[in-house]
Design a protein around this ligand. Sequence first.
Ligand code: CTP
Length: 465
Amino acid sequence: MSNYKSILLENDIFRLVSDVAHQLEVDCFVIGGFVRDLVLNRPSKDIDIVCLGSGIELALAVSNAHPDKPQVTVFKNFGTAMLKIGDWEVEFIGARKESYNVNSRKPTVENGTLEDDQNRRDFTINALAINLSKKNFGEILDPFGGLEDIKKKIIRTPLDPDITFSDDPLRMMRALRFSAQLDFDIEPSTFESIKKNNERISIVSGERIADELNKIILAPKPSYGFKLLLGSELLHLIFPEMVALLGVETRDGKSHKDNFYHTLQVLDNVALKSNDLWLRWAAILHDIAKPPTKRFHPKVGFTFHGHEDLGARMVPEIFRKLKLPLNEKMKAVQKLVRIHLRPIALVKEEVTDSAVRRLLFDAGEDIESLMILCRADVTSKNETKVKKYLANFDRVEEKLKEIEGKDKVRNFQPAVTGEAIMEIFSLAPGKEVGELKIRLREAILDGEISNDFEEGIAFLKKITG
Ligand code: CTP
C-alpha cells in the first residue's frame, strides 16, 4: 500500500487535491483507469477523482489553490469538471449511484457512496480506488478483487455480468478491447454473458463501437481481439463481411485457405512492423472481396479473380457502415487494397523499369506501406516458398529505390505543366489539355522519354503533328 502512496506523492497534483479536499472536508479518491494503469505500470495522463460531495466545487477549489489557476471546464449536466494541468487531464466527479433504463445507455443518477460508485463500474480492474484523504492517503480500496484479477490477467465484471452489460452494452466491446490491449483472458461467465447479450450492441452508437474496434486493431497482437469478436459473435453484428471470410471449402480434392485466419495472420504480421491504424485496416480488408469473387474451375481449383478491385470498391461502404472516416485515410486504404497484388505480379515476370515506375506512381506516398502489406501477405507454411517470395520482394525493393532515385515518380510532378502546354500550343483550358497531360505522363512512366521540359515539349509536338 505504501508504495502507491510514494508513487502518488511523486505527482504534486495528488498532494494538492488531498490538501484542498481536507480544507473542504470531503473525502476523495483517485479511481478507475488511472489506478489500473498505475498498478500495471502503464503510463497514463488521465486522472479521475471521485469525491463524496460536489466534484465541481472540488475542481474549482483545486484550481484556485494551484499557482497557475488552470481553467476549469464544467459539465453541469453531468455534474463533472475538468482541469488541465500541464499534460495531465484531471476529471472531478461526485460519487454516484446509477440506475439504467433498458433502451438507453443513459442512466438516471443519484448521489451515492464510494461503494455505489465502484459497483457501477465495468470491470473489477477498473473499479479500484486509492484514498486521497489525509488520514488514509495511498490506501487502496479493492472491493471486487481487482488487484488479484490484474495479477491473474483476468477481465471480470464486479456485478452479475448480465447486469453490467445490460446497463451499458458498450462494455462488451470494452471487455474485448482491454483483453486485446493488456493480453488478459475474459473470465468464462463474463464471456458467456457477452455472447448472450451481444444483440444489445444495437443500442450503442457506431462511433463508440468504431473507437473500441480501432483500439483492438491497434493492440500489439490484434488477431486476439478479432478471435474474441468472432467467438462472442459480436463480429457477426458489427462487421459481417469479415465473418464471410471464415471457412474452407473443398471440391474434387481441391481446397482454398481459410481467408479469415489468413487475414488475421496478415494483420498480426503488419502489426509487428507498423503502428499505422490505416495500414492495419488495409490488412483487414485486403482480401475482403474473396467470398464474392470465389469461383471453382475443375482444372485449377478455386480462384478469386478481381478480388482486389472489388475489395477496393467495397471499402467506402464498409467504412460508412463502421463510422470510419470517409476521407483521405479511406482513400489510402482503398488504394492499398486495390494494388496489394501488384508487387507479387511484378516478381513473376522480369522486373522492367516501366512496371516499377508505374507501381511507384500508383502507390505514391504509400509505397512503404504497400511493401509491408505484401510481405505480411506471405503466410505460406512452406518455408522454401516464403524465402523465395521474400527474396523476390527484396529485388523489387532494390529496383524501387533505384528507379525512384533516378526518376522521382513517387511524387510525380510533370516538368511540362498544363499552363506551359496551353501557352505553347495556344490552347484554352479544357479537355484537350488534360489529354495531352495524360499522354505525356504515360510516355514518362513507360520510359519513352524522361521527365524533362525540352523532351516533353518535343514529344508533344511530335504527337500533335
Ligand atoms: N467506465 C465504465 N463503463 C464504461 C466506461 C467507463 O464503468 N462504459 C468506468 C471504468 O471504471 C473506467 C472509467 O469509467 O475505468 C474511465 O473510463 P475511460 O476513461 O473510458 O476508460 P479507462 O478505463 O480510463 O481506459 P482508457 O483510457 O484506455 O479508455
